[in-house]
Ligand binder design. Structure first.
Ligand code: NAP
Ligand code: ZN
Ligand code: ZN
Length: 348
C-alpha cells in the first residue's frame, strides 16, 4: 500500500514529501493510522548521518501514536479502533537471552529499529513515523490508556519517556534517592517528570538559565545552571544517580563530581562526537560508576505507559505541521524547544 511520508534523500538534503510503500499486513500485523509522531534528537542525528550509516531514503520518527485500522488474522491483543503506540523497536530475534528477558533493545541478533534498520520490506530498510500509516507486528505494539485528548502529548513517551524510565528503574530511583538530570530537552524533561513521579529528590542541570522556572514547574526540587562553577561546587558529592541526556560532546568530569559514594552517571545522550576523556580519579574516589542505557524493552515500555496514564504524566509539547520540520530541527539544535516537537500527521 502506498502511503504519504516525509523523507530525506541525503545527509545534506532537507526532508520533503515522498511516497513510500508499506507491506500488506501478515497474520501477526497491526495496521496503524498515525495521528502524531514526536521529533527526537535521534531523528536529526540519523537524517544528517551524524552517527554514520544512514540508509536513504530516510523516513525518521519513532514516537508514534495512532489508531488501529486493521489487524491480521492471528492478532489477539489489538482490534480496529484501538489507540496504540510504536516506539523505537519493531522487531528483534525473539530467541536470544535478552529477548527472553524482555530486553529487546539489547537483542544479541540486533534489534530492528523503527527506522534505518534492514528489513525484507521495500526499500530494504525500515521507514519510521513521519508517515500516514505504519504496519507493525503486534508483539511490538503498545496499548495507550491515556485520555484521547492527551494523545499528542503521549507520543514522546515512546522514546523520551522510556529512555529515561528504564535507567531510573534499573538504578532504583525512588523515595530517599537523589537524582540529577543533565540537559533539559525532550529526554531530560521526561527524566524530571518521571523521577519526581517515582518519588526521588530531583535536581535539573541546564546550560540555559532562562529554563530555570520551567524546570521547577516540571517537578524538579532544585535547578543548577551547570556553567555556574560555584553552584556546581555546592552540589558536589550529593547525588545517587545522574541521567545525562546531553546531545553534544561535553566535559563529563564536573558531572561525575556530583555523585556521592557508589553513585552512577548513566549516559543516554548520543552525541555525534566523543566526549573528552574523563579523569579516572573522579571514579576511583567514592567508587563512582559511569554507565549507559539504550531505550527500553517492550514490556517495560508498556509498564511506563501504564504508570504515566495512572499518574497523569504526559510530555510538554509543541505541535507542528509536517512542513515545519526543518524549522523545528534548527530550533532543536539551538536548544530552543519546550520540550518536544510533535508532528500532526494529518498535515502530511
Ligand atoms: P534535545 O531535546 O535536543 O535535548 C538535548 C538537551 O541537551 C538540550 O535541550 C540542552 O539542554 C542540552 N544541550 C544541548 N547542547 C548542549 C551543549 N552543547 N552543551 C550542554 N548541553 C547541551 O534532545 P533529546 O531528543 O532529548 O535527545 C538527547 C540525546 O539523547 C540525543 O543525543 C539523542 O540522540 C539521544 N537519545 C538516546 C537514546 C538512548 O536510547 N540512549 C534515546 C533517545 C535519544 P539545556 O538547555 O537544559 O542545557
Ligand atoms: Zn528517540
Ligand atoms: Zn534477541
Amino acid at each position: 500500500m502506498t502511503v504519504k511520508a516525509y523523507a530525506a534523500h541525503a545527509a545534506d538534503q532537507p526532508l520533503a514529501p515522498f511516497a513510500i510503500s508499506r507491506r500488506e499486513p501478515g497474520p501477526q500485523d497491526v495496521v496503524i493510522e498515525i495521528a502524531f509522531c514526536g521529533v527526537c534528537h535521534s531523528d536529526l542525528h540519523t537524517v544528517r548521518s551524524e552517527w554514520g550509516g544512514t540508509l536513504y531514503p530516510c523516513v525518521p520518527g519513532h514516537e508514534i501514536v495512532g489508531t488501529v485500522s486493521a489487524v491480521g488474522s492471528a492478532v489477539t491483543r489489538f482490534a480496529a479502533g484501538d489507540t496504540v503506540g510504536v516506539g523505537c523497536i519493531v522487531d528483534s530475534c525473539r530467541t536470544c537471552s535478552a529477548c527472553g528477558e524482555g530486553l529487546e533493545q539489547y537483542c544479541d541478533g540486533g534489534l530492528t529499529g523503527t527506522y534505518n534498520s534492514p528489513t525484507p520490506d521495500a526499500p530494504g530498510h525500515t521507514l519510521g513515523g513521519y508517515a500516514q500509516r505504519i504496519v507493525v507486528d503486534e508483539s511490538y505494539v503498545l496499548a495507550i490508556r491515556h485520555k484521547p485528548e492527551q494523545l499528542a502529548a503521549v507520543a514522546p513517551l515512546l522514546c523520551a519517556g522510556i529512555t529515561t524510565w528504564s535507567p531510573l528503574r534499573h538504578w532504583n530511583a525512588g523515595p530517599g534517592k537523589r537524582v540529577g538530570v543533565v540537559g533539559i530537552g525532550g529526554l531530560g524533561h521526561m527524566g524530571i517528570k518521571l523521577a519526581r513521579a517515582l518519588g526521588a529528590h530531583v535536581t535539573g542541570f541546564t546550560t540555559s538559565p532562562p529554563k530555570r522556572q520551567a524546570i521547577l514547574d516540571l517537578g524538579a526540587h532544585e535547578v543548577v545552571v551547570s556553567t555556574d562553577k560555584a553552584a556546581m561546587k555546592a552540589a558536589q558529592s550529593s547525588l545517587d544517580l545522574i541521567i545525562n541526556t546531553v546531545s553534544h560532546s561535553h566535559d563529563l568530569d564536573p558531572f561525575l563530581g556530583l555523585l556521592r559514594r557508589d553513585g552512577t552517571m548513566v549516559m543516554v545522550g548520543a552525541p555525534e562526537k566523543p566526549h573528552p576523556a574523563i579523569g579516572v580519579f573522579n571514579l576511583l574516589i567514592r567508587r563512582r560508576s559511569l554507565a549507559g542505557s539504550l531505550i527500553g524493552g517492550i514490556a517495560e515500555t508498556q509498564e511506563m505507559l501504564d504508570f504515566c496514564a495512572e499518574h497523569g504524566v504526559v510530555s510538554d509539547i509543541e505541535v507542528i505541521c509536517m512542513d515545519e520540520i526543518e524549522h523545528a530541527y534548527s530550533r532543536m539544535v539551538k536548544g530552543d524547544v519546550r520540550y518536544r516537537f510533535v508532528i500532526d500527521n494529518s498535515t502530511i
